[in-house]
Write a protein that binds this ligand. Structure first.
Ligand code: ADP
Ligand code: MG
Length: 553
C-alpha cells in the first residue's frame, strides 16, 4: 500500500452534498445530454418543426413555438451544457449544421449507453469514438465533389440548402442569387494560389419597412446616419475621407483642474481659448485635405459649425463595424490621434445621399477595395433579423464552398456513405474499440433517419433503401424530402459543404467523449430527480418551473 493511500484523492463532502459514481454517474449524465439532443431533433431538415439557433452571446433562440422547449431547458446543467456547446462550436466554425451536430452527439451517447450496459469500458468507447471520428473525417474528404468557384448554379444550391427551414427560405431564389454574387464579389486570389473569400469586405445591413424582395447588393458601404449639420454637402465624388475613432471635442481637462472665474473678462478669455482649440482641430482636418469626416464618437457643436462652413461633410457616432468596413473599402487608416494625422491616413472614394432612406452610400475608388453591402429588407425588425440569420449561415457555407472548391450531396447521403465505410474500417479494428467504431457508424445514420421521420416517411424503410443504394455504389444517394425519393441529392440540388460535415463529426465526437469521461459527480446540491419535491423548497411548484432539465441534476 502506498503512502498516498492508493492514490485516492480525499474528498470532503458537506452535509447536503451528494455523490454519484461510475455507472450511475454516467447514466445520469447521458440522460441529461440526450434530453437536450432529443429536444432539437424534431427541427432537423426542411420539414423540421421548430428551429434552434445559437446567437453570438451563446444564447439559444428557438423560433416559432419551440421557445417552450428552451424555457424548459436548464442550461446550467453541466452535461447538458456540453451538448449546447457542440451547437455553439458548430455555429462559430461552420455557420451551419448545428442541429445535425447535436443530433449526432445525442445518438453517440445513446449508443455508448448500450455498450456500457454490455460492460464495455468507457475508455474503450472513448478510444473507438476518437478513431472513428478521425476516419470519418477522411472519408468526408474522400467523397467531396469538386466544383468551380464560378459554378453559380451549384453555389446557389448550397445557399438554398443552408437556408432550409429558416425564415429566409421563403425568398430563397432571390436571396441565394444575392448571396452568391456577394461572396464572389469579395473573392480574391491569394499570392500563394489559394482562393480567399474575404468576408471583411462584405457587410450585411438590415432595413425595415420594405419587403424581402427589395433586398439588394450594393457596391461599397451603407451608413444609416444623417449629416451632423444641415449645411453640409451630401454628395461628393473623388472625395478624401478622414476616418477617426476619437471624439472631435475638447480634450478632457485634467481631473483636478479648476477654473476660477472672478470677472466676466476672464470668462470670455476662457471661452475664447476653448473656441481656439476647437478651431485648431478643424484647421487640422482642413489642412490634411479631408472632404468627409467619419467619426465613431461625438462631434462638438462648434466643430460641426466650422466643418459646415468649410464645406466638409461630417458623420458622428458611426458604429465601430462601419468604421472598420470603411477603412477596408476606402483604404483609410483609422486616425486615433488627430494631432499627428497626415494625408496618409485619408481614404478615397465617393459618397451619396439617399434622402428617403436616410442613408449614405459610400464607394471606394481603390481597385483593391472590392467591398459590398448586402442590404436586407423586411417588413419588421423580427422579419429582417430572421432573414439575416439565414443569410449569414448561407454566406458562411457559400464562402467555404468557394474557397475550398468542394461540396457534398445532402439529404443524409454523406452520413450513410461514411457509416458504410466506417463499418468496413471497423473490421480492421481490434478489441472492444471495434464495437465503438460500429456504434459511431450507426449514430451517423440518425441524420437521414430523422430527416425521414420529420417529413413523415417511414424511417426504417428509408434507411434500408439508402443502405442498399450505397452498397450498390451510389455514393450520392440521399433522401429528397420534397419528392420522397431516394436519389442523387447533388443532382437534385440539395448541396452541403464538407467543412460543416467534418466539423459536426468532430464536435459531436468530442462532446460525447467528454460526457463519457466523467465517472464521478460531486454536487453540493441535491441529485434527486424532482426539484419540486425538495424539502424546504418554499417556492413550492415554482421550483420546477426554472427548468425541466434542472430536475435531472
Ligand atoms: P442543421 O442545423 O444541421 O443545418 P437543418 O435543419 O438545416 O439542420 O437541416 C439540414 C439537413 O437537411 C441536412 O442534412 C441537409 O442535407 C438536409 N436537407 C436540406 N434540404 C433537403 C431536402 N430537400 N431533402 C432532404 N434533406 C434536405
Ligand atoms: Mg442548416
Amino acid at each position: 500500500m502506498s503512502q498516498r493511500m492508493q492514490g485516492q484523492p480525499m474528498i470532503i463532502l458537506g452535509d447536503d452534498a451528494q455523490r454519484m459514481k461510475d455507472k450511475s454517474a454516467q447514466e445520469h449524465n447521458i440522460a441529461a445530454a440526450r434530453a437536450v439532443a432529443e429536444s432539437v431533433r424534431s427541427t432537423l431538415g426542411p420539414k423540421g418543426m421548430d428551429k434552434m439557433l445559437v446567437n453570438s452571446l451563446g444564447d439559444i433562440v428557438v423560433t416559432n413555438d419551440g421557445v417552450t422547449i428552451l424555457d424548459e431547458m436548464d442550461i446550467d446543467n453541466p452535461t447538458a451544457e456540453m451538448i449546447v456547446e457542440v451547437a455553439q462550436t458548430q455555429e462559430d466554425e461552420a455557420g451551419d449544421g448545428t442541429t445535425s451536430a447535436v443530433a449526432i452527439a445525442g445518438e453517440l451517447l445513446k449508443n455508448a449507453e448500450d455498450l456500457l450496459e454490455q460492460d464495455v469500458h468507457p475508455t474503450a468507447i472513448i478510444k473507438g469514438f476518437s478513431q472513428a471520428a478521425e476516419q470519418a473525417r477522411d472519408e468526408v474528404d474522400d467523397i467531396a465533389i469538386e466544383i468551380d468557384r464560378d459554378d453559380d448554379e451549384t453555389l446557389r444550391q448550397v445557399a438554398q440548402t443552408a437556408m432550409t427551414g429558416k425564415g429566409a427560405e421563403q425568398h430563397k431564389d432571390q436571396l441565394s442569387e444575392l448571396i452568391v454574387d456577394a461572396a464572389q464579389a469579395v473573392t480574391v486570389d491569394a499570392d500563394d494560389g489559394s482562393t480567399i473569400v474575404d468576408l471583411a469586405f462584405l457587410k450585411i445591413e438590415t432595413q425595415t419597412g420594405d419587403t424581402a424582395e427589395a433586398s439588394e447588393l450594393l457596391n461599397g458601404a451603407v451608413i444609416s446616419k444623417d449629416p451632423v449639420h444641415e449645411n453640409m454637402p451630401t454628395d461628393l465624388e473623388d472625395a478624401s475621407f478622414l476616418v477617426t475613432d476619437t471624439p472631435l471635442e475638447l480634450k478632457e481637462t485634467e481631473a483636478d483642474a479648476q477654473v476660477n472665474v472672478t470677472d466676466p473678462s476672464q470668462l470670455q478669455t476662457f471661452l475664447d481659448q476653448e473656441e481656439a482649440e476647437l478651431r485648431e482641430l478643424v484647421d487640422t482636418i482642413v489642412d490634411v485635405g479631408a472632404d468627409v469626416v467619419v467619426c465613431q464618437k461625438g462631434i462638438d457643436d462648434m466643430v460641426q459649425h466650422y466643418l459646415a462652413k468649410e464645406g466638409i461633410l461630417a458623420l458622428r457616432r458611426v458604429k465601430r463595424s462601419d468604421i472598420e468596413f470603411l477603412r477596408e473599402i476606402l483604404g483609410a487608416d483609422i486616425a486615433s490621434d488627430l494631432d499627428n494625422v497626415t494625408e496618409e491616413f485619408l481614404g478615397h472614394g465617393s459618397i451619396s445621399r439617399d434622402e428617403d432612406e436616410e442613408l449614405f452610400y459610400v464607394e471606394g475608388s481603390n481597385e483593391d477595395a472590392h467591398g459590398v453591402t448586402l442590404l436586407l429588407r423586411g417588413s419588421t425588425e423580427h422579419v429582417v433579423d430572421e432573414l439575416e440569420r439565414g443569410v449569414q449561415d448561407a454566406l458562411d457555407v457559400v464562402g467555404t464552398a468557394i474557397s475550398t472548391g468542394e461540396v457534398l450531396p445532402g439529404g443524409g447521403a454523406p452520413e450513410i456513405e461514411v457509416a458504410r465505410r466506417l463499418r468496413e474500417y471497423a473490421d480492421g479494428v481490434s478489441g472492444r474499440e471495434q464495437l465503438a467504431v460500429e456504434a459511431f457508424a450507426d449514430a451517423l445514420e440518425v441524420v437521414p433517419r430523422v430527416l425521414a421521420e420529420n417529413a413523415g416517411y417511414d424511417s426504417i424503410d428509408t434507411l434500408v433503401d439508402l443502405r442498399a443504394a450505397h452498397s450498390d455504389g451510389q455514393t450520392n444517394a440521399g433522401l429528397n424530402v420534397h419528392s420522397g425519393n431516394i436519389e442523387d441529392t447533388f443532382e437534385a440540388g440539395i448541396v452541403e459543404t464538407p467543412h460543416a460535415k467534418r466539423q459536426a463529426l468532430v464536435s459531436a465526437g468530442e462532446a460525447a467523449n467528454l460526457v463519457l469521461k466523467i465517472d464521478d459527480i460531486i454536487s453540493a446540491g441535491d441529485l434527486s430527480t424532482e426539484g419540486e419535491d425538495e424539502p424546504g423548497d418554499d417556492m413550492g411548484g415554482m421550483g420546477g418551473m426554472g427548468g425541466g432539465m434542472g430536475g435531472m441534476m
